[in-house]
Design a protein around this ligand. Structure first.
Ligand code: MG
Length: 249
């Protein structure tokens, strides 16, 4: 059973753990799908946008070769309007399929950057999170994020929240470049990256039971976040700590 006093490192998931899933579905995703036309018009011709479109284009070529159903190519030589339409269709198709693909995440992050920096998007964390971050920090614990969102997207959210810039609480960020969140090797990679050999000194908090299993198998302490709006947990091993609020830490 997770012992809440004997860890000195905390690793937090974002979506469904410190942030309502609704923020992603009702704010971040619609910002992309609803704003992509105007965004492409605004950013057209910049090298940053061309870079992100090239990533989507290369992914689309791989998808077509792999026979992924619904894959849409993005032309290189075509009218501007046709290229924009292809980018838009490609992004919307990938989002509708809920793909966890680097090129898509990079493109979304590129759009969100503008939204966060202009103040149009403000990140949401549950009210009980900041006091827990303060408590952990005052106890000398190091706090990290491990989320499937890209590290740049994680940093944007954490540094532009309704409670202000929370980045001062975090010592680092991990995304799926260390491995999928449902594989125990990913947690071992993180421990290694942090130079921590005693994995029981790490507490990992997430809403996803498969991530809990993986982290537990890697030897970390774990706690399940059961937040409003999360998918029902179902039957869980009673040895796992379940928290509905971070006041429990
Ligand atoms: Mg989650």
């Amino acid at each position: 059973m997770a012992n809440s006093t004997n860890y000195n490192t905390v690793i937090l998931d974002i979506e469904g753990t410190i942030t309502p899933i609704a923020f992603v579905n009702e704010v971040l995703f619609p910002y992309v799908t609803g704003g992509i036309d105007a965004f492409l018009d605004r950013a057209w011709g910049t090298s940053d946008l061309e870079h992100h479109i090239q990533l989507l284009r290369e992914q689309a070529e791989k998808d077509v070769v792999a026979g992924v159903e619904g894959a849409l190519l993005i032309p290189t030589t075509c009218t501007t309007e046709n290229i924009k339409a292809a980018v838009k269709q490609n992004v919307k198709w990938q989002m509708a399929s809920d793909r966890k693909i680097g090129a898509l995440k990079s493109f979304q992050g590129f759009m969100w950057k503008e939204g966060y920096e202009s103040g149009e998007i403000l990140g949401i964390v549950y009210d009980d999170v900041v006091p827990a971050l303060q408590k952990w920090q005052s106890e000398g614990k190091k706090i990290y994020i491990y989320s499937s969102g890209s590290v740049p997207a994680q940093k944007l959210l954490i540094s532009h929240t309704k409670q202000g810039d929370l980045s001062k609480y975090f010592s680092g960020y991990f995304d799926t470049s260390v491995g999928p969140k449902v594989e125990k090797e990913s947690y071992m990679n993180i421990a290694k990256a942090l130079g921590i050999s005693d994995k029981k000194s790490i507490l990992f908090v997430t809403d996803n039971i498969h991530e809990i299993y993986a982290a537990d198998q890697a030897g970390l302490q774990v706690a399940i976040a059961n937040r409003p709006g999360n998918a029902p947990l179902g039957l869980v091993d009673p040895s796992f700590k379940v928290v509905t609020t971070f006041d429990s830490f």
